[in-house]
Every structure is written in C-alpha cells, then in structure tokens.
Design a protein around this ligand. Sequence first.
Ligand code: GRF
Length: 199
Amino acid sequence: SRLVVLISGSGSNLQALLDACADPAYGAEVVAVGADRDGIAGLDRAATAGVPAFVHKVADHADRVAWDQALTQSVRAYEPDLVISAGFLKLVGKAFLTEFGGRYINTHNALLPSFPGIHGPRDALAYGVKVSGATLFVVDDGVDTGQIIAQVAVPVLDDDTEETLTERIKEAERAQLVEYVGRMARNGWTISGRKVTVG
Ligand code: GRF
C-alpha cells in the first residue's frame, strides 16, 4: 500500500512508519511526506529516508480553500491508498475530504472523545484523569470527531508533568499507529456508521 504522511513537527510517528516500512513484510511504503511549514525535523527525516516531500503553507495561498486544493493536488499526485496525519496541525477542507475521506486517518494524543484539540496531554492532566492514551481515527469534518479505529490506554502518574505524560503517550501512540497502519495496508478496512473494522 502507498502511504502519504502529513506532518507539522518532529515526525517521530513518521519515523516509526518509515522504520516499519523498511521490512517488506510490513506491506506498505511511505511514498511522500507533506507538511504545512518548513524547518521541522520531520522533513529532515523524510530527506534522510529518501522520501519526496512537499510543503504547503496556508500563508502562501490566497485563502484556506486554495490551500486545501493545493494540498489535495499534491497528495493526489502520489496516488495514496492511505493518508496519515501524524502530528499535522491543520484541519483539511472540503476538497481534501471529498477526495480522501474514508482513507485519511489521524492519531490523537488522548482517549477521544475526551480532550480533543492540540493540547491532549495538558488537558488530561488539568482535568485530573488517571488514564489517558492515544486514539487512531478516520478524519471527518469535525475536530477529532471521526470514527475510532483503535485506542490504547496509558496511565497518568501522580508526578507527571505535561512533558512526561506526552512522552509516555507518544510511545504507545507510535506502536499503535504502526500496528494498525500495517493491518490496514495489508488487509484493508471497512467503515459502517461509527464502526471501523480492520481486516
Ligand atoms: C502526536 O503525539 C500527535 O498525537 C500530536 O502531535 C504528536 C506528533 O508528534 N498531535 P510527532 O511529530 O510525530 O513526533
């Protein structure tokens, strides 16, 4: 299967996928990496792996719709079977979802529907939950509202800071992402209402 991975940051989830794809038995290949900004470590990781990358900054386009269309076009050029948001900090628009809906997935660093948005670990700590985790889901037009593919629980410890909880979640999150992307790539998946079944 052909994977396009979208990133905005350090790209540790991207790296986990690149490492997994090095084994032919994994059944997938990262054919391109897309970003919404320059100067991020994730783009260096793509270059090191010899994977082509493209960058579309919102500020370089007339408006959000034009940006979304440009992103859609760039992703389309790589003919992906699955598009993965791995720390991509932009909400995609109508063009993107029309084209890639049902095969655009995201990993979030909390147990949805709790703590959506960009501060999952911080919000979980502030609320005082004892368990948080990571959620892999199919992206829809809401913020972190799509159908859930998989979740992994991670304990919140008494002495956790935002940093320590973030790191503990990311470790579990990477393992979950690699496992489920591999299964989706090799065996496919079906979506029926809110239910996602991975083959
Ligand atoms: C992940 O924990 C994701 O849930 C969050 O940002 C992180 C991305 O990290 N939205 P990385 O860029 O893959 O290292």
